[in-house]
Structure formats: C-alpha cells, structure tokens
Design a protein around this ligand. Structure first.
Ligand SMILES: Nc1ncnc2c1ncn2[C@@H]1O[C@H](COP(=O)(O)OP(=O)(O)OP(=O)(O)O)[C@@H](O)[C@H]1O
Ligand SMILES: [Mg+2]
Length: 227
C-alpha cells in the first residue's frame, strides 16, 4: 500500500531576517511505493524529520495532503487518525522512546493490544530475538543501552505488520553488526510488501536503498545512481 505526500509543506514560526517564519519543508510531492525501501539523506536541519512526521500522521502539513490508500490522513477525525496510525503505520522516532512503567516485552507488544487485539506476547518475543535483545524481555527501558533501546523501538514499530514503516535514523546508536541487522530487517519489511522510508546519515544505507533521495534546505531531490 503506497503512502503519498501531495504538495506538502511545513512552515514554522521563527524570526529569520525580515520574516517571522520559514519553510522547514518546501512544497513537496513524495511517493513511497509498496514493496520499496526509500532512503532519505541530508544535512542536519534540512527538514527530514519534519517530512517524515507529516508522512507519519504526527505533524499537520501547512499545505497539501498525505494519502494512504485513498485516505487523506489529516482529513480524518483525531480518533480515526490515531487508530490508523496504530494499525497501518509503523514509526521509529528519532531519539529515545519507550514507556518506562512497562517491560521491554510489554513495550513491544503494547501497540498490538491497544485496541483490544489478541495477546501479542509471542510475536513480541520473536521480534526481540530477531534483533538480539531476547534476554532483555523483562528489563525496563531505563536499564537498556542506547542501541538496545533503539532495537526495542524497531521491534515495537513492526508488531502490527504496518503497511508503511517510517524510520528516523534507526541505526543512530548502533554498532556495525547491529546496523547491518537493522538495514537487513528494513529491507525485509519492504520485500514483504510495505512502503518503507528510512532517514539516515549512514553512507552504507545507500547500498540497501531501492530509491535514494536527498533533502537540502527543505527541498527534496531524487539522487540518480550509476549502477
Ligand atoms: N517545532 C518546531 N518549531 C520551530 N522550528 C522547528 C520545529 N521543528 C523543527 N524545526 C526546524 O525546522 C528545521 C528542520 O528540522 P528537522 O528536524 O526536520 O531537521 P532534520 O533534517 O531532521 O535534522 P537532523 O538530521 O538534525 O535530525 C530545523 O531548522 C529545525 O530547527
Ligand atoms: Mg531529524
């Protein structure tokens, strides 16, 4: 199922020269096709997270629309958007997250049970094993290293088998070995049919990309690669 931004932009208020605002993302069309790993690179502050958050249903665009299979995300009432986000969109946010009163296993299973779904403990345990943190299932997020927390967030984003997966620097805290595990996992999720977007500074991620884009001061461009 494709996820598509149509003419989206995002303006933030900040005094810049004469103006009181600036466009973190200029008007952009961005199609994330199903079954495809799209990689987005670009300098710090160029607008990558802003664009990803708009695609994730987390940040209302100043203009334009975000469509998932014919549904305009921001035309939905709040509750319907929350539910769609839970069930169709997997998000791995930049920075550390996790519910600190839950164990690692419960954190991963939680999105599957939020709307009264079946017990997802088994699936959650399998995801923890896949990312090499099975032994930490009963630990609390506050007891994990940065890389372990990152892997927990990835497992959590995958628990509902999302139609689209949006990952914001998912390998930021990882060593080489786990970086490869995560890159392979994102590639697998795309091969299984999801539309996957990964924002990264990791040069080696380009080798995994089906499509490669670069963001420069709020403007998105596809990078053509000589194969
Ligand atoms: N809520 C906000 N209010 C005002 N300005 C913001 C807000 N969020 C982001 N910005 C600004 O918008 C620009 C783009 O930010 P964004 O987080 O999208 O960058 P990025 O490309 O993800 O950077 P990084 O690689 O450092 O994560 C930056 O100049 C940032 O300071
Ligand atoms: Mg960012």
């Amino acid at each position: 199922m494709a996820l598509e931004a149509k003419g989206v932009s995002r303006r933030f208020f900040r005094k810049t020269g004469e103006a009181n605002f600036f466009n973190a993302v200029e008007r952009t069309d961005f199609l994330l096709p199903e079954g495809t790993l799209t990689v987005l690179m670009g300098r710090s502050g160029s607008g990558k997270t802003t664009l990803l958050n708009m695609l994730a249903g987390l940040l209302t665009p100043s203009e334009g629309q975000v469509m998932l299979d014919g549904t305009d995300l921001y035309a939905l009432p709040d509750k319907a958007l929350s539910r769609l986000r839970n069930q169709r969109l997997g998000v791995i946010p930049q920075g550390q997250t996790g519910l600190h009163s839950l164990t690692v296993l419960e954190n991963v299973a939680f999105p599957a049970m939020m709307y009264g779904g079946a017990d997802a403990t088994k699936d959650a345990a399998a995801l923890l094993e896949r990312f090499g943190i099975g032994r930490l299932r009963d630990a609390r997020p506050s007891e994990l290293s940065g890389g372990e927390l990152r892997r927990m967030a990835i497992a959590r984003a995958l628990i509902n088998r999302p139609a689209a997966l949006l990952a914001d620097e998912p390998t930021g805290d990882l060593d080489d070995e786990n970086t490869v595990v995560v890159l392979e996992a994102l590639k697998d999720v795309a091969r299984e049919g999801a539309a996957v977007l990964m924002v990264t500074h990791e040069a080696e991620a380009a080798a995994y990309a089906d499509r490669l884009f670069r963001m420069n001061a709020g403007t998105l461009n596809e990078v053509s690669r000589a194969e």
